[in-house]
Each structure stands twice: as C-alpha cells, then as structure tokens.
Design a protein around this ligand. Structure first.
Ligand code: PLP
Length: 430
C-alpha cells in the first residue's frame, strides 16, 4: 500500500511507515494512493461473510501484500473480538452499537487494530508507546496494547482529575501497561510527553511512538463496521440507507465515506455535530472559520479544528463527489437532553453523542429512506449526564464492574521532566 502526504504529495510512504510515523512532514495527513473498489457482486459476497473474515478481505484490499494474508487474518481476529450489533429503535431507524469492546466506545476498533499492526511491524526492537490522557483515550490504548509482545505502554494522567471508575478501567492492568499519575493537570501531562519526544536520546533508547488518533490504521479498521452494519440490514433497506455519524475529529465519517468509495451501498451520510460546528458552517458558507471550542455534554465531540477534514475533502475530490451532498446538522445541549428523554421513552437508553446523531437523522430522514445512527459509546460511560438527564440510575456494565475492586497499579510522579525521564530510562529495553 502506498500513501502520500496531503500537504506534500512528493512524500510517499508504505503502510508500515505511515503507521509508525503517524503524520508526515508539516503535520500532513497520509492518504491512500489507490482507492480500491469492489464490484456489486463482490460486495454481495462480502456481506455474506462473518465480521472477522469480511474485515480481513476489506483491509487486505487496501494494505496489499505488505503484511501476509495469514498474519493480517490473525491481527484482525485479535483486534475485532467483540460484536457491532444493529438495534432497531423505530420502524425506519436503528442504531449501530459500536460500544461493546473492552473500553465501551468505538475507539476500541481503531485502537486495537493499530496496536496489532504496530506489534506486527515493530520487529526485533520493542517499541514504547508514550501518551497522555484525560481519561478515554488512555483506557482504549491500554486495553489495545495489553499483553502484546514487544510493545510497552506508558500513560500519563492527571492525578485525581479523572473519574475513579475511569482510573480503574486502565490502571489495574499491569504487565506491559505502565500508568503514571502526575501531580498536575492534563496540559502538564501533555507537555511532559512533548518534552520526551523532543529528547533524541530518550526517543532512541525507548523507540518512542505516539500511536496518535490520526493514524491511518485506525481509519482503515473503522471502515469494517460500516460493512458489518449493512450486512445486518435487509436487502430492500440497503438501497435506501442513510447513515448519521456523530462527529468531532471526523475520523469516523472519513471511514464511512471510504466504505462507500469501496462500493458499499450507502445512499448518503449525515454529519451531526454539537455546537462546535466548524464543518456545518463551512458547508453552508464556504469558509473555514473555527471558533473557540465550547464545552458540551458530548465532550468527545468538543473539537473546533477537526483534524481529519482534509482527508474528507481529498476523498470527495478524488471520487468526483460534491460536498453539497453531505447532509449535516447541529444539536445544542438542551436538544441533546430532550432527545435522550425522547429515546428513553421509546425504550432506548442513549448517551449524548448518539443522541445527537439520532436527532439530526430523525429530522432529516425522508420518506422511504432507512436510517442508521452510530452509537459511539456505552451510556454507562457517560453515567453522570445520562442519569441526571433521565432521572434514573444505570447499572454498571461488566467491563467496569469487573475492575472496580482491583488495586490501582499506578506510579505517582511529580510534574517534573527529569523524574519522568529517569522512570522511562529504567524501562528502556536492553
Ligand atoms: C471520538 C468520539 C466521537 C467523535 O468521533 P470522530 O471520529 O472524532 O468524529 C463521537 N462519540 C464518541 C463517544 C467518541 O468517543
């Protein structure tokens, strides 16, 4: 697989290089040189396969022979070890539930596949993933890399500033996962990580890698569950399918559009955002004008400079699609809450992100169309706001309940780079 840098197309890399590097020169995103396409018959055959076998074929169509079919098959099987069910909510609308993985959010798909690929290409030299988290990403990264050979993970988080359950979710694993509670806030943790990456000696000694969210391996993994959704929908509905994606950095939507470009029958997409609406305003007015980010209930979508947007523009250009065909809508917190109550009255408990996707879909779905909105996180992951909005308590899902009584294995360090450096150097592979 060849990829080019969207900011400088003369920089071309292999899939392995793109995964290791994350970003290209001038912080440019990597984008596939070839956009494979399946015929309608091939799509129909793919839709008959189980999730793992089908995903292996889809990923292999992009990645090619850089990773052998057998090895890729193993990696996909390890990564996609949980289901993505479609649950009917109304006659013409269903939810694609992407939150049945170990950390209860769709980021498990991309995170776990990226981890498997990094372990695959790391070779002899063990890699150290160093990252800072304010909660969610840390949990997904920790679980994704847990138990993998030749990769260790160091996660910094602000001591006392993440929820106790969140902390239990990823600071009780041990093994190759090292969690470090830093006396400081999230920005301090992030600054320490940055300092580490600027330290050449440290970088070399530990083979540091960031495993960040714009990694191409994540996007490719996310294509697979769009196929899984269509496979679960009846043949008549497939022709009239509209998919609504709750969007922050627009990675999820990029993956959906790539699925369509492969030939998957999706009539149209809806990009749903909270009041951080840079993209809807851009689509309406034609000018890119990010505002200050506003905190909302759907905080995973509190993004005013969506980092995957250049990939979407490139894909539309390459495919000759018109951006005017991308439906969109903006939902504020009050409407998010009333929508969560509306869904609960229909017997479906939802959290703020999925509720936003449902709202825009319900408002824009046309006669004869069939709508699917992405459930990006388990309601229990947003327990406080869901319980406050619905006035009811949620049971703890097993993924959280199982870890609630385990001992925390975190190290506690001051907000000081030389102390952190020492801690890391002690863990450098010999
Ligand atoms: C990350 C996230 C989103 C936004 O996804 P993007 O790919 O950044 O657009 C939506 N919902 C939840 C729960 C998330 O964690």
């Amino acid at each position: 697989m060849k990829l080019y840098n969207l900011k400088d197309s003369s920089e071309q890399v292999s899939f392995s290089q793109a995964v290791k590097q994350g970003l290209g020169k001038r912080q440019g995103l990597f984008f596939p040189q070839d956009l494979p396409e399946f015929s309608r018959d091939e799509i129909d055959d793919l839709l008959k396969l189980d999730f793992v076998s089908r995903s292996q074929r889809i990923l292999s169509a992009f990645i090619g022979d850089e990773i052998s079919t057998e090895q890729l098959a193993d990696r996909v099987q390890n990564a996609f070890a949980f289901p993505a069910p479609v649950t009917a909510v109304e006659d013409d609308i269903a939810s694609l539930e992407l939150y049945h993985g170990p950390t209860l959010a769709f980021k498990d798909f991309g995170g776990r596949f990226m981890a498997q690929i990094l372990a695959q290409i790391a070779g002899e030299k063990p890699v150290t993933i160093l990252t800072a988290t304010s909660g969610d990403t840390g949990a997904a990264v920790a679980h994704a890399f847990y138990g993998l050979n030749n990769v260790q993970v160091v996660i910094l988080y602000p001591e006392g500033k993440i929820s106790p359950l969140q902390e239990k979710l990823f600071c009780t694993l041990g093994g190759n996962i090292h969690t470090v509670a830093i006396k400081g806030d999230f920005d301090v943790c992030q600054a320490l990580v940055k300092q580490a990456f600027d330290d050449e000696e440290l970088k070399q000694a530990l083979h540091l890698n960031s495993a960040n969210s714009i990694n191409i391996s994540r996007l490719l993994a996310q294509i697979c569950y769009y196929f899984e959704a269509v496979a679960q929908i009846s043949v008549e509905k497939r022709e009239q399918l509209v998919i609504s994606v709750p969007s922050g950095n627009f990675g999820n939507l990029t993956a959906g559009l790539l699925a369509k470009s492969l030939g998957l029958p999706i009539k149209r997409f809806v990009a749903a955002t909270n009041v951080n609406d840079t993209v809807p305003r851009y689509l309406a007015e034609g000018s890119w004008m990010p505002h200050q980010t506003i905190p909302t209930l759907s905080n995973a979508m509190d993004v005013s400079q969506p980092n995957n947007w250049p990939r979407i523009e490139e894909l539309f250009k390459r495919k000759g699609w018109a951006l005017s065909e991308l439906a969109n809508g903006v939902v504020d917190d009050a409407t998010t809450q009333s929508t969560m109550r509306e869904l609960a009255a229909k017997g479906y408990i939802s959290e703020p992100h999925a509720a936003i996707a449902y709202r825009v879909l319900r408002d824009q779905l046309q006669e004869g169309e069939y709508g699917l909105f992405l459930g990006t996180a388990h309601p229990a992951k947003f327990k406080e706001s869901v319980e406050a909005t619905l006035g009811q308590t949620l049971p703890l899902p097993v993924e959280l309940a199982d870890r609630a009584d385990l001992a925390l294995l975190s190290h506690f360090l001051p907000a000081d780079f030389s102390t952190l450096r020492e801690f890391l150097m002690e863990r450098a592979p010999k």
